[in-house]
Ligand binder design. Structure first.
Ligand code: ASN
Length: 319
């Protein structure tokens, strides 16, 4: 990894505290966020899910295949990676319980340019869930129900507060519209994700990502082998991507083929590949919904930084 010569901006800790005390939107966003967490948990418990505690360090984590810096810790002569997502642990978790979720803190050391996107933090939490033997349709439908349940309840319990920040927010209608990446590129060009988000007034599913654009664990579509059986959810009104997920690869040969296709080194996945080689992995599907982004969308805030205390914006250093 190349060295970063430029120094990131250090945020003054006292100024930060003063900002939290002066700007009421932090306090208000945290009330909504607390509601999102409680309602999502209630919804998933009602659906028969078991909550797992998050895994923070592991010998293996999501490769992500994006331009982020590696975060690793040397410990007794071995390397621990800081979790970028719990995808691998979820695939093992569903062998123990069929339906699982976790509020999983993820560290992704994004480039500082990402600070401008309005939706990137290097340290964030996703509600990550996985279901054994599920298809992507099942997870998309489940997430539609979860979003509708959460927004419906929040609009009832905190209508004045939400109206103050996001007066146009309404409960989305099921089923959400969907569009394939191929179709989206044809209609809107390379900037399709941004355009779809800005043009929409309801959330939209973006499906069938090109195989080379996503990680090895999202399942290749056998009927259309250049695409995956996966999905993203795009929030309306320009709030951008908020969920990603899909069906999973679980067969050893296919996983190896997919890791090689991404040009990744098989050795780094040995702990995972050993489990796959033994034939333990099972079909599953799942996804993750970013808690800060969900809060930002509901509150209609300009930047995710406003949705939590101690937010870590790419390129900045703070308490
Ligand atoms: N949580 C995502 C999923 O389940 C993976 C990710 O965060 N990269 O597909």
């Amino acid at each position: 990894m190349e060295l970063v010569k430029k120094e990131g901006r250090k945020v003054d800790s006292v100024e930060l505290v003063e900002k939290y005390l002066k700007d009421e939107s932090y306090k208000d966003a945290l009330i909504i966020q607390s509601g999102i967490i409680g309602l999502s948990r209630q919804f998933l418990h009602n659906e028969g899910f078991v909550e797992y505690l998050p895994v923070i360090v592991s010998t293996i984590t999501d490769p992500l295949n994006r331009d982020v810096f590696e975060a690793q810790i040397d410990y007794y002569g071995h390397k621990y990676y800081i979790t970028k997502s719990m995808i691998v642990q979820k695939q093992v978790g569903i062998l123990v319980h069929d339906k699982i979720f976790s509020f999983s803190p993820n560290l992704r050391l994004e480039r500082e340019e990402k600070a401008q996107s309005g939706r990137h933090l290097i340290d964030f939490v996703q509600l990550d869930l996985e279901v054994k033997n599920a298809k992507r349709e099942d997870i998309m439908s489940l997430m539609e129900d979860l979003i509708i349940f959460v927004i419906n309840n929040l609009l009832q319990d905190h209508s004045e507060l939400i109206k103050k920040y996001h007066p146009g927010l309404s409960v989305p209608k099921k089923p959400f519209n969907r569009i394939s990446v191929k179709e989206a590129k044809k209609r809107f060009g390379d900037d399709y994700e941004k355009i779809i988000s800005e043009k929409s007034t309801e959330p939209v599913w973006l499906i069938d990502m090109p195989i080379e654009e996503r990680e090895f664990y999202d399942k290749q579509n056998p009927l259309e082998p250049d695409t995956l059986l996966d999905f993203d959810l795009i929030y309306p009104e320009g709030f951008g991507e908020g969920i990603s997920g899909g069906e999973r690869e679980y067969e050893y040969d296919q996983i190896v083929k997919r890791i090689k296709l991404k040009g990744n080194n098989l050795d780094s996945y040995e702990d995972y590949l050993k489990i796959a080689r033994k034939g333990y992995l099972r079909p599953s599907a799942g996804c993750g919904i970013g808690i800060e982004r969900f809060t930002r969308y509901i509150m209609g805030l300009e930047h995710v930084e406003k949705t939590r205390l101690f937010a870590k914006v790419p390129g900045q250093f703070s308490i």
